[in-house]
Write a protein that binds this ligand. Structure first.
Ligand SMILES: [Zn+2]
Length: 318
């Protein structure tokens, strides 16, 4: 098995290449469909914002909050590593995507459950990549102040998921939130020099859970998805019979990662394990019909995984 470079190093390389490649600033993301009407009459604090997509999980109010966009060259070094370039390009073209640049959205998920306000991942925050940093405005437009967030569920400790935990001054952005992440992910984060400030800031409020644990009874359960990082977790959110599966980085690209889950993405720390996990989670989504929420699929990243032609395809919600 070929050696896999550490995901962080690969991410840094990809971003460096991206910056070098982009002499011209990337065009602003296309305006997506306007957010649907609020689930309840909007109060004064709730305003229209193209980075807020409201929806329901059963009776729970939820919203996808967009933080930014990642773009990197489609050079076979990041997405579809080792795959025949012509086949990679064919999958992208058939999906209506360009073949020179790969685009990943960066978005988080907000859910209200009773008096609790839940946030799944936090975007890239002040990190100088991913055209990120829109989460605070989106959160405000959704009618939520940072101090009102009670629980944050982290899929894994890559910068496009934990960057938003800190504000521009390096302090915890969500002062009252319990930060849930798996025990192996927390252990790895604490030994990562690049995350030393983050670890110190969130340590008093961390809930390091056993992978797969039920975290909020009847509402949030972690789903162990090994391989991307030491303790990567997806989350299943339920309200009665209604369910949503937040997949984290089990799959990155809505076409390539779903239709060719056996192709490596360089961000995976343990590629063979991650590939197996990706196929298993896609199969679970397809076989249960659960609605899926992805932090990287085209905004708002909500849809279903369906089986077609011996593999899977992404069917976004309209
Ligand atoms: Zn990610």
């Amino acid at each position: 098995m070929r050696p896999i470079r550490p995901a962080r190093a690969i991410l840094a390389l990809a971003l460096t290449a991206l910056l070098a490649a982009c002499a011209e600033p990337a065009p602003p993301p296309a305006t997506v469909d306007a957010p649907p009407p609020p689930m309840e009459a909007a109060d004064d604090a709730t305003t229209a914002n193209a980075d807020v997509h409201r929806f329901n999980i059963g009776t729970l109010q939820a919203a996808v909050l967009r933080d930014g966009d990642i773009r990197f060259p489609n050079d076979g070094k990041t997405l579809g590593v080792g795959a025949p370039k012509a086949e990679l390009d064919a999958v992208l073209s058939k999906a209506g995507e360009p073949t020179d640049t790969v685009h990943l959205s960066v978005q988080t998920l907000l859910v209200r459950s009773g008096d609790r306000v839940l946030l799944f991942d936090t975007g890239a925050g002040a990190a100088d990549f991913a055209d990120a940093g829109r989460l605070p405005a989106a959160l405000q437009a959704a009618g939520v102040e940072p101090a009102q967030v009670t629980d944050i569920f982290i899929s894994h400790a890559h910068p496009d998921h934990v960057g938003g935990l800190l504000d521009d001054s390096g302090a915890a952005r969500f002062p009252n939130a319990t930060v849930h992440l798996s025990a192996p992910e927390w252990a790895a984060l604490q030994t990562d020099d690049a995350n030393a400030a983050l670890a110190a800031a969130i340590q008093p409020r961390v809930d390091a859970f056993t992978p797969g644990a039920e975290l909020l009874p009847g509402v949030v359960t972690a789903v162990e998805v090994d391989g991307h990082t030491p303790g990567h977790s997806a989350y299943e959110i339920t309200d009665g019979d209604a369910r949503l599966l937040y997949i984290g980085d089990a799959a990155h690209h809505f076409a390539v990662s779903v239709q060719r889950p056996q192709w490596t993405i360089a961000f995976d720390g343990d590629a063979p394990v991650a590939e197996t996990s990706r196929e298993a989670l896609l199969a679970r989504a397809a076989d249960t019909g659960v609605t899926v929420s992805s932090p990287h699929f085209p905004y708002p990243g909500l849809g279903h995984v369906v089986r077609r032609d011996g593999t899977f395809v992404w069917a976004p919600l309209q």
